[in-house]
Design a protein around this ligand. Structure first.
Ligand SMILES: O=C(O)c1cccc(C(=O)CC[C@H]2O[C@@H](n3cnc4c(=O)[nH]cnc43)[C@H](O)[C@@H]2O)c1
Length: 226
């Protein structure tokens, strides 16, 4: 999906809402933006429900042209390494559905809506290119939203097989994107990778490295979202 950020407006520049789960992520984004007043950064809280509710509230003011879900994330091995950045090609609620003895059935297959929200392909491509030009390690791929972080190699493998093209896993993107969709506003998810998706080992999370990558990424946003 591609959207004209300036549709219906003549001279103005775009206003961007960025939702992060926690304050350490928000602070990294704010440092990167370096006082640019076209961007507002708000806390989504952890998980898709909080993210959806708070994004709906923030968008009610009617002043934003695009919404970004940003923060740290787990990266799928071979797709997004620790310290790298993932720009979403699609936002997927990976655990929204039913478990059965034969395997997982998504809400799409159940006929209850869609677990996938498309992003603005043109913006995703421009951001990826700008980050690459700045020398940052960036990949484009599907970013999964889960309510329970993956904690075993088996679940990581099952998710990677079930969602071909999955690059990262986080907990808020689908909520932010759902709210953006309700308002008809384009959405993108941007994640810096703090850990590999797989067996839980919090001591192996490289949070500072990921927050630095998030800050560096945020410093590029003003040139992409004009
Ligand atoms: O402890 C800290 O200093 C700290 C600083 C910044 C962020 C955190 C978080 O715990 C953020 C939680 C947030 O991160 C996403 N996340 C990160 N890795 C994964 C993962 O492997 N699977 C799913 N989500 C992940 C998620 O969006 C959380 O909301 C701590």
């Amino acid at each position: 999906m591609n959207v004209d950020l300036h549709a219906g407006r003549k001279e103005s520049s775009s206003r961007v809402l960025i939702m992060t789960a926690v304050s350490a992520e928000r602070d990294a984004v704010i440092r990167g933006l370096n006082g640019n007043d076209r961007f507002d950064v708000q806390l989504a809280g952890v998980g898709p429900a909080s993210a959806a509710a708070r994004t709906m509230t923030a968008l009610a003011a009617g002043k934003y042209d695009i919404v970004l879900s940003a923060g740290i994330a787990g990266g799928f091995t071979g797709k997004a390494e620790v310290g790298s950045i993932v720009v979403s090609s699609e936002i997927v609620a990976a655990d929204l559905g039913s478990e059965t003895a034969e395997g997982f059935i998504s809400v799409d297959e159940l006929g209850f809506g869609s677990s996938r929200i498309s992003v603005d392909d043109n913006l995703a491509a421009r951001l990826t290119q700008a980050l690459r030009s700045a020398g940052l390690p960036v990949n484009t791929g599907k970013v999964l939203t889960v309510s329970t972080t993956t904690g075993t190699a088996a679940t990581a493998a099952e998710l990677a097989a079930r969602v071909p093209g999955a690059a990262a896993e986080a907990m808020e993107g689908y909520g932010v994107a759902f709210a953006a969709n309700e308002h008809g506003i384009p959405v993108l998810e941007i994640r810096s990778i703090s850990n590999a998706v797989g067996p839980r080992d919090r001591s192996a999370w490289r949070i500072q490295e990921a927050l630095q990558a998030l800050e560096a990424t945020s410093s590029i946003l003003p040139e992409v979202f004009k």
